[in-house]
Design a protein around this ligand. Structure first.
Ligand code: ATP
Length: 288
């Protein structure tokens, strides 16, 4: 279903009301190996304001250690900010509050490495039914039907249901991870470096799949990457992050054509073009 040329999905169906909003969010970590009574504090996220609505793709880009994954953990509700607020559909959200279950269905995450994110002892069928079981959704038959619907959505054959993640390629595993992220019909998907662990040959296919799905399902997509050339192809809006802060934000065209921040210029100057590499066709799963 995916092609090797990049399909932009910019601007389609963006709704005004944010699903998620961060206001002046700070996250502090105790530095690893620090003193017990006088710990050094790492300000991993240092005053971030951020919004995302259905139908838009927001790219978060910055070098390793700038706080992207820490921010992702707040966006997906895995971590409570040290200070600042998270609003979910305009209401204050806390991991300990009543909206946790609703939030868990509405916001999902795709991790960098599907080899570690998916349990190799489970079949793809069980991996995809797991979120439905956890949320008590459907019957055995309807959950199974959903598995095949999800596989089709991510361009995998029905036969993929019976294999384990260890038996398929990295690109196919990431498609399974994407299918799992879609199992609960989320409004937002946070993709944290979703192509960095993949062979260059399948990166463009996975990017195209994400942009196709975002348009088809009217998802909000937060696309996190250290690679500004990757972010450029998927994002409507780009947030450049440095040392825990968003130092520049704007449409993809603004940030690329008229960067206003020195750090953005440095990132742009250093960017290799991942997408210039040739993409090859993926091995058909039917052969398994
Ligand atoms: N659990 C933790 N305990 C202590 N320090 C942490 C923890 N997690 C992250 N950090 C520190 O916080 C800062 C931001 O890390 P984070 O992983 O969020 O950045 P990143 O941009 O995602 O980097 P990478 O792409 O390398 O993961 C770094 O200095 C990191 O060492």
């Amino acid at each position: 279903m995916s092609t090797t040329t990049l399909a932009g999905a910019r601007g389609a169906g963006v709704s005004a009301a944010p699903v998620l909003e961060l206001r002046d969010v700070h996250v502090h970590h105790r530095a690893r190996g620090g003193k017990l009574f006088h710990p050094t504090i790492v300000r991993a996220v240092n005053g971030v304001d951020f919004t995302i609505a259905r139908g838009e793709t927001v790219g978060i880009v910055g070098e390793s250690g700038c706080g992207k994954s820490t921010l992702a953990s707040v966006l997906v509700g895995l971590r409570e900010p040290t200070s600042g607020s998270v609003l979910f559909h305009d209401a204050p959200f806390s991991r300990r509050g009543g909206a946790r279950k609703e939030f868990g269905k509405a916001v999902s995450i795709i991790f960098q490495d599907p080899a570690t994110a998916l349990n190799p002892r489970m079949t793809v069928h069980d991996i995809l039914t797991d979120p439905l079981l956890v949320h008590g959704i459907g019957t055995r038959a309807s959950r199974s039907a959903k598995v095949y619907e999800l596989l089709e959505l991510v361009g995998l054959p029905a036969s993929a249901a019976e294999v384990s993640p260890a038996q398929i390629s990295g690109g196919q595993r990431q498609r399974v991870a994407i299918a799992r992220a879609l199992a609960l019909d989320p409004e937002l998907v946070i993709a944290d470096e979703p192509t960095s662990a993949l062979d260059v040959s399948v990166r463009a296919q996975v990017l195209n799949l994400l942009t196709d799905l975002k348009a088809k399902l009217n998802l909000g997509l937060v696309f996190i990457s250290h690679d500004i050339s990757t972010v450029r192809y998927v994002a409507d809006r780009i947030c450049v992050m440095n040392a825990g802060r968003i130092v520049e934000q704007g449409s993809a065209a603004q940030v690329f054509d008229n960067p206003t921040n020195d750090y953005t210029r440095t990132l742009l100057g250093a960017a290799p073009s991942l997408l210039a590499a040739p993409a090859t066709t993926q091995t058909p799963l039917e052969e398994l």
